[in-house]
Design a protein around this ligand. Structure first.
Ligand code: B4P
Length: 197
């Protein structure tokens, strides 16, 4: 399999609907636990910002609220893990991935098994409010009402089954993400401390 030389410790990939606060929590987690943070969304946005032809195609897909192709995301993540692993990362926190079951299956068979999956659970109403608030200043092509609706559908159809899959393996750490950033991080710390990363 490709990428067998990724040697760093198993990643706990965070999941959660769009606007659940995963990116926000990841920043705090890496600061405390010394993991390398890779966000599939950030990697994709960097590709878009490069102005490449592939980036332009990705931008259109992200604007529509759908998922970009499996192979492109896996390749971006693999390259980033190899780069960060070579730089001595002790483990990876992979943010926004896997977003469909096949992504998780291929990640674990081609790269490395994951240790845990963080799921930030919060209502669609709260997620929508957060995303619309961010949209006032973010300039992101997907922080608008129509795209947010589509992102929620994508989450229900494709990403929810990922959580069920990992629940079946006993790997899901579920966090109530309805509170403030500090309250949510308090719960995250309790759970991650128990994992002894
Ligand atoms: P992402 O970049 O993952 O976007 P996101 O779901 O909005 O999460 P993000 O981490 O940015 O926001 P957060 O919830 O922390 O994906 C964007 C698009 O890229 C996807 O739609 C898809 O097209 C593509 N993509 C990404 N990964 C992919 C993959 N694996 N496969 C295929 N396609 C992929 O924060 C949202 C807002 O809430 C922020 O403004 C934050 O400040 C606020 N907030 C956070 N916590 C809060 C709290 N506790 N209280 C109040 N506000 C809070």
């Amino acid at each position: 399999p490709q990428g067998q030389n990724v040697k760093a410790a198993d990643p706990p990939p965070p999941s959660g609907g769009p606007g659940s606060g995963k990116g926000t929590q990841c920043e705090r987690i890496v600061a405390k636990y010394g993991l390398a943070h890779l966000s599939s969304g950030d990697l994709l946005r960097a590709e878009v910002a490069s102005g490449s032809e592939r980036g332009n195609r990705l931008k259109a897909i992200m604007e529509s609220g759908e998922l970009v192709s499996l192979d492109i995301v896996l390749e971006l993540i693999r390259d980033a893990m190899l780069a960060r692993g070579a730089a001595g990362a002790k483990g990876f926190l992979i943010d926004g991935y896997p977003r469909e079951l096949e992504q998780g299956v291929r990640f674990e068979s081609e790269l490395v098994p994951c240790k845990a999956v963080l799921f930030f659970d919060v209502s669609e109403e709260a997620m929508q409010q957060r995303l619309l608030k961010r949209g006032e200043t973010s300039g992101r092509v997907d922080d608008n009402e129509a795209t947010i609706r589509k992102r929620f559908q994508t989450f229900q159809q494709l990403t929810k089954p990922v959580i069920e899959h990992y629940k079946g393996q006993g790997k899901v750490i579920q966090v109530d993400a309805s509170g403030s950033v500090d309250e949510v991080f308090g719960q995250v710390q309790k759970q991650l401390d128990a994992l002894k990363l």
